[in-house]
Design a binder for this molecule. Structure first.
Ligand code: NAD
Ligand code: MG
Length: 298
């Protein structure tokens, strides 16, 4: 497998650029239904044994950023438990096949992470089937744009907070007693934690919360030898955006708001998750890693 990602080239031209077609989907959308289909590293990511023998749990692992992390983790030698919503089985099946093709074990964990009992059961099943838990990626997310605060229903506010904050708390609380020294927790935040857009009040609130949670937990978890970091992506080409994350007009020109002039592809974040998960990041904890396309996290 040739890794063309590593060939020196102009990063602005390396992946698809807008305009993109309108492509509304119901949330959570499917990666397979996107045009162009996102690049999660299926054809390109080459591992180098950085996570040999590790056991990982990744939420939102069927598509987008979580899928890129799951594929990369497996190719780096990790077994991976995949959390996703039941409606996303088609996407999850593709990830399962890729992990098996990499010679690693995969565990499927379909279900709704807005339920505490499901979050706790996922951790239990991961530990039972993989024989432990070394890497936890809290990545699942819900994003629903609304022009006016008056349009944000209680139900939306509640589901956004449950998906993005409560699930991270429930899963992490259940997972930590199983995690040995050297383990790593990675939470997917966003640039919107720092530059909250007018149309994402509830979502941006959760992303700022994820940054604070990660920094506070890092200080506590290091007493057990566990590192905790967050990742702050800019605009990434994933099912989250055409399924209500952005208005359709914004999907057509997705990525034009950053100096790079295009959205990131999920595979472009894979090395960040691998690094933070691996022992190469031994002195890295309490950090927020940006991959923003040029606007930064300030
Ligand atoms: P995605 O839609 O591919 O992934 C999100 C996943 O969340 C879904 O695949 C789904 O499996 C999971 N999920 C949502 N609600 C769930 C529920 N109730 N139960 C179980 N699973 C549920 O999109 P993505 O962009 O890869 O999102 C991953 C993370 O990246 C999210 O936290 C998102 O907020 C964050 N993020 C994305 C962008 C971007 O531009 N795409 C930018 C910054 C941060
Ligand atoms: Mg999905």
């Amino acid at each position: 497998m040739a890794d063309d990602r590593l060939k020196m080239q102009d990063p602005r031209k390396q992946y698809p650029q807008p305009p993109f077609p309108k492509q509304p989907q119901q949330a959570p959308g499917l990666a397979a239904a996107m045009d162009p289909v996102p690049d999660h590293g299926e054809e390109s990511y080459v591992g180098h044994g950085r996570l040999a023998g590790r056991k990982a749990l990744v939420t939102g692992a069927d598509s987008g950023i979580g899928r890129a992390a799951a594929i990369a983790f497996a190719r780096e030698g990790a077994d991976v438990a995949l959390s996703y919503a039941e409606s996303e089985m088609a996407d999850a099946q593709e990830v399962l096949d890729l992990i098996r093709k990499a010679g690693r074990k995969a565990v499927l964990l379909p279900g709704d992470i807005t339920e505490r009992t499901h979050c706790e059961a996922m951790v239990k099943k991961t530990v039972a089937e993989l024989g432990g838990l070394d890497i936890l990626v809290n990545n699942a997310g819900k994003q629903t744009n609304q022009k006016d605060i008056g349009e944000i229903t209680d139900e939306q506010f509640d589901r956004t907070l449950k998906t993005n904050l409560y699930a991270m708390f429930w899963i992490t609380r259940a997972a930590m007693p199983h995690m040995p020294p050297g383990a790593s927790i990675i939470n997917t935040a966003s640039v919107v934690a720092y530059s909250p857009p007018a149309i994402l009040i509830d979502y941006a609130t959760t992303k700022a919360g994820i940054v604070a949670f990660s920094k506070a937990l890092a200080k506590q978890a290091i007493e057990k030898g566990i590192r905790v970091n967050a990742v702050a992506p800019g605009p990434f080409w994933t099912a989250l955006q055409p399924s209500g994350g952005q208005p359709q007009e914004a999907v057509e020109k997705f990525g034009t708001s950053v100096p790079m002039g295009r959205p990131g592809q999920p595979v472009e974040l894979a090395p960040v998750y691998v690094f933070l998960a691996s022992q190469e990041a031994s002195y890295v904890t309490g950090e927020v890693y940006g991959a923003t396309g040029g606007n930064g996290t300030a």
